[in-house]
Ligand binder design. Structure first.
Ligand code: HEC
Length: 114
């Protein structure tokens, strides 16, 4: 099953905006299983753990463990903040669509651990 992750395919549906002749990515679809160990933990480690780890994490929110990330995703706070335009997490600015989409897909697939 793990090997399937190497075959994760990303399909971006691009739509053309005729008025200004540029192309924007409207939606990113991830095919294949998305797991915490293989896909999500590295995103969290790189973008969140500088602040949300240790004995006194920002906002009292520790994202070092599977359970910590799952709880914050399930209660809606994590998804709200990574998608927020006015008050995003990380606070330095929103992550790329593909990283946000990977976490959303992980939630939709039922929080696979590995
Ligand atoms: C530079 C430090 C920093 C980084 C990096 C950072 N955060 Fe935060 N985070 C904070 C601070 C400070 C707060 C409390 C103030 C606020 O809510 O804006 C917070 C609050 C939050 C909250 C709301 C509090 C709660 O308990 O629900 C969530 C959810 C959150 N962060 C998730 C994340 C996620 C997910 C990432 C990575 C994608 C991330 N943060 C990256 C500093 C950071």
């Amino acid at each position: 099953m793990k090997k399937l992750n190497f075959l994760v395919q990303i399909i971006a549906f691009a739509i053309s905006i005729t008025s200004c002749s540029t192309t924007v990515i409207e939606e990113v679809v991830i095919l294949g299983p998305v797991t915490y160990t293989t896909n999500v933990s590295a995103i969290i480690r790189n973008n969140c753990l500088p602040c949300h780890a240790g004995t006194s994490p920002s906002a009292g929110l520790n994202l070092e463990t599977f359970e910590g990330v799952q709880n914050s995703t399930e209660n809606g706070n994590l998804l709200a903040r990574i998608n927020s335009v006015s008050n995003p997490m990380p606070s330095s600015g929103k992550m790329s669509d593909i990283l946000i989409n990977t976490i959303e897909e992980w939630a939709m697939q039922g929080y696979l651990e590995d």
